[in-house]
Design a protein around this ligand. Structure first.
Ligand code: 3HC
Length: 677
């Protein structure tokens, strides 16, 4: 096998080049090639300095994650980085694209760094439940100080080349198109420098105040995660007077602990699951896509407005249609307000706001949708209304236009029957707020054409969504699984649990909120207005009393003006009332029972979804729950979590409470398998 590493001699400079598509991950062959390249440069008396650069779209984007969990082939990355640093001839890193993780650490082993202005440098390991384990936690603080090291390692967001230049993480900017030549020139310039600057020989200054402030500022973001604290501890170690070798030993110990842990396994699972979700089984990756240059949105309410923003932000013009001028004005006003708020926070430039707004055409004329390539309906969830709209669309949309419904549970096949072109119809289920939430469920109807599905999946990536293919069933993947959780949570109230207890169990598990906090946020009155005389359950009773949730400062909780919740004595009374009417005895409910009834049942529903082929793969279900509902990423999604919990235990818990266990779940449990094994 040929090595992904080649070398070129340019007079007195040796250039070591990696070509390991797609992202130049630092797999074993690359590490071996790098080590050999450095040795070659040292052995050749004609060579005065060396350059390490990469071909393709990026500098090394990190260690090869697919090697994790397997026996490590020599040399390990830390040894390669040390070997580079120990070189007696200067080594220059020439950076383009993203120098991430181990890639960033390779640059820190180099004595000098040059980067194109568009390059990004970072250590995102924390997002995989890890830390930079090839000396990054010890070298970054020594070069750039403790504060930036904390930001880079414990939060994991990459920084721009310019910021890296200011921080000393790179020494020079190259021309955007002349990196290879500029790096050689730079190497020649510094070829005679002695002693060579080595990060390991520098000292970092301790900054306990910065560490304390950083921890406090990010406490909420880091809640439940192991890796941020380990990153922080390593950075502190770099500046506490310990030697570099002691710091490295500490880093290694922490790295191995994280690597063996279930959180990192979960986060790595999600990294690959997210990328896998974009692939559609049975459709060729190179299928010809339909061009989408103009999008129509029907409905300028909260969803329609949020949906439009995704396309406007990606530079795709949007025609938005409403029935009445005031609703249209309100909708466009909200879009503008949202953009201006982003600009006020410095996330957008004022001209970008105008650019986005300039690409929006608000209209009352339905016929204005005639030239759109994709039209998304985002109106009231009522089958008759949807069918009427799709029949009208059928009459005016141009041939080949994709017709999508943003329904969150209705039957897309039935909606498609209102048209003469069911092949062009599918569901695009955005999550609220649609301009923020990453998840998009793309609902494939029985007759949806392959190129229509593939086009929408590709478009999703363009508008920065994580898209998952779902089949036609009530609630698709996410809302279908939400149902048993909500139903069981309500039953538990009747049997003696309180909203506070159930929500606490969910929050302790790592969810952003529990089922009742979620009801209060979404609106307890959802669905109730259709028949306000109906009081069949606790929820109806709350709605009938005007306890519609946060918007009324009363729902399952009482709220103050700042929306801080407190347990509600009135809700306790209502629950008690229903309980006595149903002749139920109040009993002690354990936290474990709450987990079994509200989370095991979700896993069971997930298994049914897989059985019915409503999801392509278990990992897609995990992606839905991570990106759509805030399932804690360190638990890897419900199906991954089920594997870690043990399927036999899940089946046992479900059977104990009399639930019917899905066949797939049962058989996997009996075979000792798992959803992601
Ligand atoms: N190892 C193995 N495969 C990787 C990889 C890595 N580090 N990074 C990306 N890939 C794969 C992806 O799985 C994907 O494969 P697929 O085509 O088969 O689905 C392919 O490369 C392309 O990746 P993306 O679709 O993500 O491409 P983008 O252009 O959108 O993004 C990127 C490129 C920004 C580099 C992004 O891939 C990324 O963020 N990668 C991970 C970076 C990272 O986390 N690095 C740290 C690794 S851990 C480490 O270095 C430990 C060390 O400290 C010891």
């Amino acid at each position: 096998m040929t090595s992904p590493i080649t070398t070129e001699i340019h007079d007195d400079i040796l250039v070591i080049i990696s070509n390991n598509p797609p992202v130049n991950a630092l797999g074993a062959a690359v590490r071996q090639g790098l080590a050999a390249g450095i040795a070659q440069g040292l052995a050749d008396p004609a060579i005065k300095a060396m350059v390490i650069r990469c071909d393709g779209r990026t500098f090394f984007a990190g260690a090869d994650i697919t090697e994790f969990g397997k026996p490590m082939e020599e040399p390990g990355l830390p040894a390669v980085v040390d070997q580079i640093e120990a070189s007696t001839k200067p080594v220059v890193a020439a950076i383009h694209g993203t120098a991430l993780g181990g890639g960033c650490e390779v640059t820190l082993g180099c004595h000098y760094r040059i980067a194109v202005p568009s390059a990004k440098i970072g250590t995102p390991e924390v997002k995989l439940g890890l830390l930079p384990g090839a000396g990054g936690t010890q070298r970054i603080p020594r070069i750039a100080g403790v504060s930036l090291a904390l930001e880079m390692t414990a939060k994991g967001d990459p920084i721009s080349a310019r910021k890296a230049l200011d921080a000393g993480l790179i020494d020079r900017l190259a021309g955007e198109d002349s990196l290879a030549a500029d790096a050689i020139a730079f190497a020649r310039e510094i070829a005679a420098v002695q002693p060579l600057p080595r990060a390991s020989e520098k000292a970092a200054t301790a900054d306990p105040d910065a560490v304390a402030a950083f921890k406090k500022e990010n406490a909420r973001k880091f809640r439940g995660f192991d890796a941020p604290a380990a990153n922080i501890a390593c950075v502190e170690k770099a500046a506490d007077g310990s030697s570099f070798a002691e710091g490295i030993a500490f880093e290694r110990e922490q790295f191995m602990k994280l690597m063996m842990g279930v959180q990192s396994a979960a986060q790595r699972h999600i990294f690959f699951a997210e990328r896998q979700a974009a692939k559609i089984d049975g459709i060729a990756a190179d299928i010809a896509l339909r061009p989408i240059n103009k999008v129509g949105v029907i409905g300028a309410g909260t969803m329609g407005g949020g949906i439009s923003m995704n396309f406007l932000s990606a530079g795709i013009p949007v025609t938005i249609v409403e029935m009445a001028q005031d609703a249209l004005d309100r909708g466009t006003g909200v879009i503008r307000k949202n953009y201006e708020a982003s600009a006020a926070k410095g996330r957008l430039k004022p001209e970008q706001v105008e650019q986005a707004m300039g690409a929006l055409t608000p209209t009352l004329d339905f016929n204005a949708l005639a030239d759109c390539d994709l039209i998304i309906e985002a109106v009231y969830e009522e089958m008759s209304v949807k069918k009427e709209i799709f029949a009208r669309l059928d009459a005016i949309a141009k041939p080949g236009a994709i017709l999508a419904s943003n329904t969150s549970y209705l039957n897309v096949d039935e909606i498609a029957t209102a048209t003469s072109r069911p092949g062009d119809v599918l569901g695009m289920h955005f999550f609220s707020p649609a301009n923020v939430m990453k998840l998009l469920e793309v609902v494939r109807g029985a007759k949806t054409a392959d190129d229509v599905l593939a086009t929408v999946m590709a478009l999703a990536k363009k508008i920065k969504k994580v898209a998952v293919v779902a089949g036609v069933c009530d609630g698709f993947i996410g809302n279908r699984m939400l149902k048993p959780r909500q139903v069981e949570a309500m039953k538990l109230l009747m049997e003696g649990a309180t909203p506070e207890q159930i929500d606490r169990v969910h929050v302790d598990f790592g969810m952003p909120m529990g089922p009742f906090q979620m009801s209060d946020l979404a609106g307890v009155d959802i669905g109730w207005h259709r028949d306000p005389t109906r009081i069949e359950n606790i929820r109806d009773a709350l709605a009938a009393e005007g306890r519609w949730g946060q918007k009324k400062q009363a729902g399952f909780y009482d709220y103050d003006e700042k929306r801080n919740p407190t347990p509600s004595p009135r809700v306790a009374e209502i629950i008690e009332d229903f309980r006595s009417k149903s002749n139920l005895q109040k009993r002690e409910i354990s936290d474990q029972e709450i987990i079994e009834k509200t989370l095991y049942t979700m896993v069971n529903e997930g298994a049914l979804i897989l059985e019915e082929k409503m999801a392509q793969r278990a990992s897609d279900i995990d992606v839905v729950w991570i990106y759509g509902y805030g399932w804690p990423v360190y638990r890897g999604g419900p199906m991954f979590w089920a594997d870690t919990e043990g399927l036999a235990k899940i089946v046992g818990g479900l059977e104990k409470h009399g639930f019917q266990v899905a066949g797939l779940l049962k058989s996997k449990a009996e075979n000792g398998g798992g959803f992601n094994k």
